[in-house]
Write a protein that binds this ligand. Sequence first.
Ligand code: SAH
Length: 219
Amino acid sequence: MKPKFDDTYQHKGLRRQLIQLLREKGITDETVLDAMNNIPRHFFLDSAFDKIAYEDRAFPIGEGQTISQPYTVAYQTQLLQVKKMEKILEIGTGSMYQSSVLAEMGARVFTIERQKKLYDQHGSFVFKGRYPNLKFFYGDGFEGLPAYQPYDKILITAAAPFIPPKLVAQLKTGGMMVLPVDEGENQRMLRLTKMEDGSLAEEAFEEFSFVPMLTGKNR
Ligand code: SAH
């Protein structure tokens, strides 16, 4: 991975076009669109993708994993209704792009990655100084991160085979979890709200295609 940390006039122009495309595809939350317009997505990709980093596509990031499609990032972030200072747990750090969008929006972000090689990349993260509110953890997302619970919001960015019970337990009452849940080939995007009695109110949205959420850690 040799990213280029130069945000040129051309990159900025392509990024504005991408934001416009996300609007046309139905993203309306301006705080999400602003955050994505502020973050150079090409910094999160190998320099080979420099010219196409602002296409609305997922790309490989190594270890068989992908950086989510911009539309998917915008869609999940919009469903999460992110507010400044909220404590958010993200499962699946991957390229750190989605984590950065949440941090750019002023949330306190805790993100977990199970692939050691991907986790280790946070050591040379270009926005370390810009996001003191973003913390990286190596572990299994099915376990969550009990040390910092309860969370206002939880976001899963890999295809969950079921709703992980330990994550539900770490969610605040009134808190929300957004996750794609397996339905055969694709996943259904769900938003769960934890009610006073501990039960979950469930809303179902569009279908997406994510890499699988796997158990255990990988060296
Ligand atoms: N949010 C990422 C998307 C990466 S793809 C981005 O913006 O780039 C999903 C990621 O979830 C992969 O990196 C994969 O290794 C990770 N993952 C899968 N199962 C996991 C689990 N149980 N715990 C933590 N991370 C997991």
